[in-house]
Design a protein around this ligand. Structure first.
Ligand code: A3P
Length: 874
């Protein structure tokens, strides 16, 4: 297709006359366009917290059936109509906004639900298995956790005395609250007292009709006033009985009289407390206790409120929610599914109604799509792709369609993620696109992990799923039936999506606005349900504004993380056939610099079955992708270094079979200590083997200093080694930089731990750099075994000690050796004693930690240089 069309945010419609209505204009335009077989997209957004009523009074169209007394009665029933309370308090806040979750086991269901909910809401947490010793709770004078959660309240109540006192003391001292869930058990308890508390529980109950206490100060995001009618999920509810003023109910429910018919005869049902607040009057610790898991949707909201309340607002969620609904395929589609004028009028009327009280002004928004719905990843040249895009652009200009929305959507997410660089380039050049959105980053599922990123100056927003697809036209034929859609709206997936995501972009299709107008039904209903049960402030804005807001809220998401497109079938479908995942390395030599990485690289390249990347014009044999700015050039750029055709390896003494797959590797010695590298490389190469070389960190620092001197570095030439390594933080920046490059990579244990946070120990191979220097034949044989390379190359026939060079070199003939260049194995004076002593002290703790780590990793002998460094350092 071509281009773009539009409709307006709802409030726009108030500003235009009926004949000039932008959506109507779009309809007219689209009809013309439709004749030419082109496609349109309409974008609209709405906002507001107005009462909603059914607008489309036609029997053939289902009407929203959200019963909300508060909304329907104009708010008369709201006892707590004041704005959402602010949970910030005067408490001495010396806590990190992080949750400590004690789970029963690492696999327990509720524990997983809690973790997922926290991830969805981007709340930091740490999981601990209850019953083991307590984790460290403080860091200097700061508490590490703002709230403690027990998946099973019993584990808290029955903690051993020592740990319980420690934990309670921490909670009192740092004003940290506790959330506990009564865990279901086979034994049914009746009036059983909770250990040490004047509090009693009945368990294993079936309940119905939950409602919230409007006076509860715990509620903030959640709004009291309405009842969740019907049976509550599960038959293992616990309810609390209490008669002390420290306790206040947060949520009530009724016994399910259908399940307990005898109870109902002539009796008035008293509400049973299902969520309870302990104000801490008895022991100075505030708590919120749940009588059931998070299976009940309302508990998820109350749980988030409990975190907010108990952390004194440190873990409060922002209450603003932006919603934007795009409409795709508005004037094309199968016969009988196209939008008719009365459908368009219903859409406009709905927009107006929803936006009636939103005092915002906006303008018609149009945005571009692809000509004939073409997928950009199918284009291998920029010129072709731009030519197609220009057709759209010219069309828009011809039809007075604005071209400055800055927003574009790619058909089937093609080219957005995995990123097809040509699309980003063409978008910028033709449309000056600033924003797009996709469901595919990092993956479609799980939805809670969808994130945004910025690439080549284009902001990519996560797009959310609303459950409506091109084929969902009639409510009775909704997959799973109408109940399924209503469940998603009334506390289910769609409702929760909006609760957890500050910025929501949904895609709908033209067919959702004709027939049963399911989009109108769905969004009216969910907005009504949100207004009924939450204090969220709903609004909308054009995409560029939304994107700016998004990255202000989540600056940590700006940098993309490139994954392997072949690890996701959906990604593979929208990835160019000319690219393939064989063009990625199987192992990485990560450095650090000056440990013998060039020697290792050269020896590996001698192997007929091993191939490195092609040389980079800027950084020679090193690609340096995962650190620094090259990462922003994208995956295509990286993969171009690994051509999949098997070229003969001219430096190999082994015969290379043309066409046989080669073991690709990459060596970039700066990867070892690059902050972002392990995360990025793991995202792309989770199965890669990681090879590192370690020598004495002091020796490494000195070798680097000498390297810089011989490269004419002014600082290295003007300052002695001792001056460099003792430079203070107030020294000139260039001197500090050199000091850091000398010293930091040598903190081996710290960097290795960072790698081990992403890669399992079995994928990591540590080479003793001294052994590489003195006995490379054994080192290479061991490495081949680790890499499972076939056939094995017997390096004893190909490496030979070169007396003149003082190192092993490649034996190219009987008499001739090929050694590394002058810059490797340099001649320079020995390190001065003062520096040597200082560095031994400096690295003492790091080296001790390295010994510990190597022992933990097992089967790795402690290198002699490490023993020496430690023995002379003490
Ligand atoms: P020096 O030049 O300080 O002696 P890198 O390639 O990672 O920059 O490491 C360079 C270091 O590799 C050299 O440091 C040298 O000691 C060491 N090395 C190990 N084996 C070597 C070999 N066979 N030939 C040359 N240098 C080797």
């Amino acid at each position: 297709m071509r281009c773009c069309v539009t409709a307006a945010p709802p409030y726009i419609c108030l500003q235009v006359s009926a004949t000039q209505n932008p959506l109507q204009q779009s309809v007219d335009k689209a009809n013309t366009i439709n004749e030419r077989h082109q496609r349109f997209i309409v974008f609209f957004s709405w906002s507001g917290r107005t009462a909603l009523h059914c607008l489309i009074q036609r029997d053939t169209h289902p009407a929203p059936i959200i019963n909300c007394r508060m909304i329907n009665s104009g708010g008369k029933h709201i006892r707590n109509a004041s704005p959402a309370p602010d949970h910030r308090s005067e408490a001495r806040l010396r806590i990190d906004p992080k949750v400590l979750v004690f789970v029963e086991t690492t696999y327990s269901g509720l524990g997983r639900d809690i973790a997922e909910l926290l991830v969805y809401n981007r709340i930091k947490y740490k999981i601990e298995v209850a019953g083991k010793s307590l984790p460290v709770l403080t860091n200097l004078d700061k508490g590490r956790y703002g709230v403690i959660v027990f998946e099973n309240l019993d584990k808290y109540l029955n903690m051993d005395k020592w740990n319980r006192e420690l934990l309670d003391k921490y909670c009192r001292e740092y004003s940290v609250g506790i959330v506990g869930f009564v865990s279901p058990s086979e034994e049914t308890l009746v009036g059983a007292q909770l250990r040490d508390f004047p509090l009693f529980v009945n368990t294993n109950l079936r309940l119905r009709d939950a409602s919230l206490n409007p006076l509860s100060s715990v509620l903030r995001l959640t709004r009291a006033g309405e009842t969740a009618w019907g049976a509550l999920p599960g038959d293992d509810w616990a309810v609390f009985q209490h008669n002390h003023s420290t306790y206040e109910p947060v949520e009530w429910a009724q016994r399910n009289t259908q399940e307990y018919p005898a109870d109902s005869v002539g009796q008035v049902q008293l509400p049973l407390t299902t969520v309870l607040q302990d104000r801490g009057q008895l022991d100075g610790i505030q708590r919120v206790l749940f009588g059931s898991s998070l299976r009940f949707w309302l508990h998820r909201l109350v749980f988030l409120d409990a975190l907010s309340y108990l952390s004194h607002g440190q873990l409060s969620l922002n209450l603003e929610r932006m919603i934007l609904v795009d409409i795709d395929d508005i004037f094309v589609g199968e016969k009988g599914t196209t939008l008719r004028p009365d459908d368009a009028r219903a859409l406009i009327a709905t927009q107006k109604k929803i936006a009636a009280t939103v005092p915002k002004r906006s303008r018609v928004q149009l945005f571009s799509h692809m000509w004939k719905h073409q997928q950009p990843h199918l284009y291998d040249t920029l010129t072709l792709l731009m030519t197609e895009m220009h057709l759209n652009y010219a069309f828009a200009v011809d039809h007075n369609i604005p071209t400055d929305s800055g927003y574009s959507i790619s058909p089937h997410h093609s080219g957005v993620y995995p990123a097809h660089e040509l699309l980003y380039m063409a978008w910028k050049k033709v449309w000056n696109v600033k924003v797009t959105s996709t469901e595919e980053y990092p993956h479609l599922r799980p939805a809670r992990l969808r994130r945004g990123f910025i690439h080549r100056n284009i902001m990519v927003l996560p797009r959310q799923t609303c459950g409506l697809f091109t084929h969902t036209m009639y409510i009775d034929r909704y997959p799973g039936g109408r109940d399924k859609l209503d469940e998603s709206i009334q506390g289910g997936e769609l409702f929760q999506t909006i609760v957890y995501n500050p910025i929501n972009i949904f895609m709908t299709h033209m067919s959702n606005y004709g027939s049963d107008r399911l989009a109108l039904y769905t969004f009216q209903s969910v907005i009504k349900f949100l207004q009924c049960w939450t204090n969220l402030k709903l609004a909308s804005a054009p995409p560029v504004q939304l994107a700016e807001m998004y990255f202000r809220l989540h600056p940590e998401e700006v940098d993309p993380v490139w994954g392997n497109p072949c690890d996701d079938v959906r990604h593979k479908k929208i990835w160019s056939k000319t690219k393939n995942c064989d063009s990625l390395p199987k192992f990485l030599v990560i450095g650090p610099q000056k440990t013998g990485t060039t020697a290792l690289y050269t020896f590996l390249s001698m192997h007929g079955s091993i191939a490195s990347n092609i040389a980079s014009p800027e950084t020679f044999e090193e690609v340096q992708f995962f650190n620094g700015n090259n990462y922003y050039r994208g995956l295509d750029w990286y993969m171009d270094f690994f051509p999949s055709e098997s070229l003969p390896n001219t430096s190999s003494p082994m015969p290379t079979q043309l066409g046989s797959p080669r073991f690709m590797f990459e060596k970039s010695a700066t990867y070892f200590d690059g902050e972002a590298v392990p995360k990025r490389s793991h995202a792309l190469l989770p199965h890669a083997k990681i090879v590192t070389i370690l020598i004495s960190p002091a020796k490494r620092a000195y070798s680097w200093y000498q390297h810089q001197r011989s490269h004419g570095d002014v600082i290295a030439n003007n300052y002695s080694f001792y001056q460099v390594i003792t430079a203070s933080d107030s020294a000139p920046r260039a001197l500090k930089d050199l000091r850091n490059r000398c010293l930091n990579p040598g903190k081996y244990a710290q960097h290795l731990e960072h790698w081990l946070a992403y890669y399992p120990a079995q994928q990591l191979h540590i080479i003793d750099g001294e052994q590489l220097r003195l006995n490379p034949i054994d080192v290479m044989n061991e490495l081949q075994r680790f890499l499972k390379i076939q056939p094995l190359l017997d390096y004893s026939n190909h490496l030979r000690y070169d007396v003149k060079k003082g190192f092993y070199c490649q034996a190219v003939s009987e008499k001739r050796n090929k050694c590394l260049g002058k810059s490797k194995g340099r001649q320079y004076p020995a390190m001065d004693e003062r520096s040597a002593k200082l560095l031994q002290r400096y690295y003492l703790n790091h080296n001790t930690a390295l010994v510990k780590l190597l022992k933990k990793l097992g089967s790795r002998p402690i290198p002699q240089w490490l023993k020496d460094d430690l023995s002379t350092g003490t």
